[in-house]
Design a protein. Structure first.
Length: 492
């Protein structure tokens, strides 16, 4: 016989004897007592998870109500945002559809996570354990198999959400530019990359923890730090070009202006790219990356498109063809002026000037160190640690990745607090970077640029204050413009 037969019991989930056919029959028997899910740690985690889910769902409802209003908020006029009712309602419809999608996605995702917690995760681990004989590399093989199976068990639901988001929601509001073939290609590339890097890095982490003694957290932290710095180079130079085409900025006039801006602030710009972000979405962005004196700036091609590009896509009438030919000889107006793009880049330079990236790296480094240290204290403290593993359904398993997974779940309450603090810090950094652009005399183009970005991306013009405070690391337009305008008045 071949296949897996797993059946939940009342009050706990247990593995009924499983069989696998391959060159004979392998019988796996885990008694109900060996694979019981339940206990104070698990209950505490579930209570916390339910409380967080209910709280976040309540915030979503608050924001949904704000997105259902049809009257233009008076705050927009106060900060100088000229928005007619038609434009406002289009933005509201997009934000409302995202909330409605979340009302389906989030409960289903939460229910699936609970099912994985009580059943799928332990079941797949015990099944993976049955496939390999005990030996020197048992933990490595079993862990990789377990993570591989978990990834594919989650794939149908996550793929369905991704397909709906791209080809229904984003398509409806004119943002999706991706084809089904490109979506499949992206999925295949992402999977292959995860297998490659996961197959290298997960065994490395297991080896470090098992081989370096009681102070393994120092070596694990050092390994992770090395990998972070390595991926800061690998991701933009190797991985991103697999998905997007990077080329030198074609607009020579804009190139000279950006180089002058960088020179003005002693920014060590080495290369200036434009990337074909428009082949997936019409959303716009700009960023910089690179180590120390080797910085590179990347502009999405959606920032460089003509103002009438959207109209052109809809097609022109036959009667206007001759007129269009005449107009083609004259320069077209850009959706974003050079001064607006420079103001947005000046904001990005503000992040560099105030060492925000370095600050985040230091915080991330300290966070990783504390996590590994606490992991060692909690999950490697003898019988009490093994009791925690049993409560999550993994019986007498002694595995680095199983223990780390359980520890991260128990650490989630603290992580939520830290995540909120990081959101607040990021908001503060955004306001500070805006202030830098204002101090450079770019308040007016920054304001108009942010308005254009918000309009093009259908950014939320009616944010709920509680929802925004909890979720938005980048403040919405209404919250962002007032400090810019106040700072501009002070500069004058």
């Amino acid at each position: 016989r071949s296949g897996i037969w797993l059946k939940p019991s009342v009050g706990c989930f247990s593995s009924i004897p499983c069989t696998l056919g391959r060159c004979g029959v392998v019988n796996v028997a885990c008694s109900m007592a060996d694979w019981a899910v339940g206990g104070p740690y698990l209950i505490a985690y579930m209570v916390f998870s339910v409380v967080v889910f209910v709280m976040e769902f309540y915030l979503d409802v608050r924001q949904y109500r704000k997105n259902c209003t049809k009257e233009v908020p008076p705050e927009l006029k106060y900060v100088g945002v000229e928005c007619n009712e038609e434009e406002f309602l289009k933005t509201q419809d997009y934000q409302k559809d995202k909330r409605l999608f979340g009302f389906v996605k989030d409960p289903l995702g939460f229910a699936w996570a609970v099912f994985n917690l009580f059943y799928t995760g332990p079941a797949l681990w015990h099944f993976s354990s049955s496939l390999f004989e005990k030996g020197d590399y048992f933990e490595y093989k079993c862990t990789l198999c377990w993570l591989f199976l978990q990834g594919w068990v989650d794939k149908p639901l996550s793929s369905a959400f991704s397909l709906y988001s791209s080809f229904v929601l984003e398509e409806k509001h004119g943002f999706n530019k991706m084809t089904l073939g490109l979506w499949i290609s992206d999925l295949a590339k992402s999977e292959l990359l995860s297998y490659f890097f996961g197959g290298l890095l997960i065994p490395l982490l297991i080896w470090v923890v098992n081989s370096t003694g009681e102070r393994f957290y120092l070596y694990a932290w050092g390994t992770c730090q090395t990998l972070i710095f390595a991926f800061m180079w690998i991701y933009p130079n190797v991985i991103q070009p697999m998905f997007n085409k990077f080329e030198e900025l074609k607009d020579e006039e804009l190139r000279k202006k950006i180089c002058n801006l960088a020179a003005e602030h002693n920014f060590p710009l080495t290369k200036l790219f434009q990337v074909d972000g428009s082949k997936r979405s019409s959303h716009s962005n700009a960023y910089f990356f690179g180590f120390w004196k080797f910085k590179r700036i990347v502009l999405f091609d959606t920032l460089l498109k003509d103002k009438d590009d959207e109209d052109t896509k809809k097609g022109a009438d036959e009667d206007k063809k001759e007129e269009d030919k005449k107009e083609s000889t004259t320069p077209k107006e850009k959706l974003y002026s050079h001064s607006e793009i420079l103001a947005v880049l000046c904001h990005e330079l503000g992040h560099w000037k105030f060492n925000h990236t370095t600050m985040m790296l230091v915080i991330s480094s300290a966070h990783i160190f504390i996590l590994f240290y606490l992991f060692g204290q909690v999950m490697y403290s003898g019988e009490s640690s093994q009791a925690i593993v049993r409560q999550f359904g993994y019986a007498e398993t002694k595995s680095v990745m199983v223990s780390l997974t359980i520890f991260m779940m128990m650490f989630e309450p603290t992580e939520k607090i830290l995540q909120l603090l990081m959101t607040l810090l990021t908001r503060r950094n955004e306001f500070q970077a805006d202030g830098f652009a204002v101090s450079c005399g770019r308040a007016r183009p920054l304001v108009t640029g942010l308005k254009t970005l918000s309009k093009a991306n259908k950014g939320d013009l009616n944010p709920d204050p509680w929802y925004s405070w909890y979720h938005h690391s980048h403040p919405p337009l209404v919250e962002r413009l007032k400090p810019i305008m106040d700072a501009a008045k002070k500069e004058k």
